[in-house]
Every structure is written in C-alpha cells, then in structure tokens.
Design a protein around this ligand. Structure first.
Ligand SMILES: [Zn+2]
Length: 234
C-alpha cells in the first residue's frame, strides 16, 4: 500500500511541476513561475529611445535572465513568460498615453514585427500572437478598453538568422525586409509597432519605412526589452 501511495505521489508531483514550474523562469532560484523579487524587476520604469526619429518605449534592459523568459515564450509558448512579456508591453504602451494625453492606444492599431518565414514554420505561428492576445485581455481587465492588433507586414525576402550576422550585415539585410501584406488590409488608424527585443533598431526602422512609404502614420514602437549594445540612436 505504501508503495502505491509513493508512486501516486511521484506521478502527482511530476505533473504539477509540468503545469506549475517550480523554479522561477527569470532568476531560476525560487519556487514560483516568477518569484516575487523578479516580478518587482519586471515593473521597472519604461525607457524611451529614438531610432532614426522613431520613438521606442522599452520596459526592461536586456540581460541573461530576461532572455530566458523571452526564449520560454518563443520556443515553448510558456504561458507565464507570455504573461510577463504582455505585462511589460502594456507598460511600454501606456507610457505613450501618459506622455501625450491626446493619444489613445484604443484608437491606434498595434502591428507586430513578423517572425521570419522559417521561424513561423518552426514554431507553428508567430510567438507574438498569444502575447498580443494576452495584452488585449490585460487592458480589458485593467482599464476596460479594447486595444486592437493586426499583422500588416510580411518579409519581402529571406532574412537570414540575425544572430549569425555582423552589425553592418544586419543593416543591409534588414534595409528592405518588409512589405505590406495587402492593400485592403490597410486601416486609417495610427500605428504602434510591437516587438520583443530592441537591439540595433534596424528591424523597427525597416518596418517603420515600409509603412510610411504607404502613407501610414507610425506613432512609435513598444518592445519588452532593449539591449544596451549597438543601439542606433538618432
Ligand atoms: Zn526569480
């Protein structure tokens, strides 16, 4: 009897650790999806940067711990990671409203930076979509407003994995990376671009230019985090 109970317990704890990860995915030290200390870090003040004239609000400074959360959302569709990324994006976007009282995000359109075709194939879709859905849900709960998002961009040509490229190669690789999906999808709403990480700013700049070429208004961009290195500021 003892043997059966032990075994049941073993199976139960294996299942709960699958559903509720026992190590904080951020600092990997606590017994919670994100420990309380890391939740506090996630509520950092939003930083504003400019990438070739485009205002970019980012909530977090990129580091190894943040990258673990981003990778969990990208590769494993981890719901805790998705929640915290949505929460960081929510802060980054709200900062646009608090800095400019005339601006209302609910009258804008949030446009994600699309993943490469190979990443979409590999992951079975854009990892940003569940994060954007969560972001909309958070705002409905918090402020009773419904933000809207839509894919407007696609990759114009095959963009190689950015991590293999030098800074200069990244710039030319991304110079004309995006085009609009289709004419009838274009809306008159002003646009805010959404991405996970701001690194060189080349991706956002390319998306900005693709939309501006079609006379669409881009008010700025929001990212979960920003890397301190090699930022194209101004
Ligand atoms: Zn932690």
């Amino acid at each position: 009897m003892k043997f059966v109970d032990d075994r049941k317990e073993g199976i139960f704890s294996a299942l709960t650790s699958l559903v509720f990860p026992k190590i904080c995915i951020y600092c990997q030290s606590e017994f919670a999806p994100l420990c309380l200390a890391c939740q506090q870090l996630w509520l950092a003040p939003v930083q504003r940067r400019y990438v070739k004239g485009l205002a970019v609000n980012s909530t977090l400074a990129y580091n190894a711990a943040i990258s673990r959360v981003v990778i969990q959302a990208k590769e494993n569709r981890n719901r805790v990671a998705q929640y915290w990324m949505a929460s960081a994006l929510s802060s980054a976007l709200e900062k646009f409203e608090s800095d400019n009282r005339a601006l209302s995000i609910s009258r804008c359109l949030l446009v994600p930076i699309p993943s490469s075709r190979s990443a979409i194939r590999k992951r079975g879709g854009s990892f940003l979509h569940p994060i954007l859905d969560k972001l909309v849900e958070l705002q409905v709960e918090k402020n009773g407003v419904r933000w809207r998002w839509k894919e407007l961009l696609i990759h114009r040509k095959i963009v190689r994995d950015q991590s293999e490229l030098s800074y200069t190669q990244r710039q030319s690789n991304l110079a004309e990376a995006f085009m609009l999906r289709s004419d009838d999808l274009i809306e008159a709403r002003p646009i805010l671009l959404i991405d996970d990480v701001l690194t060189t700013g080349a991706t956002l700049d390319s998306a900005f230019r693709a939309l501006r070429e079609r006379n669409l208004t881009v008010l700025g961009a929001a990212t979960v985090c920003a890397s301190a290195h090699r930022l194209l500021i101004r």
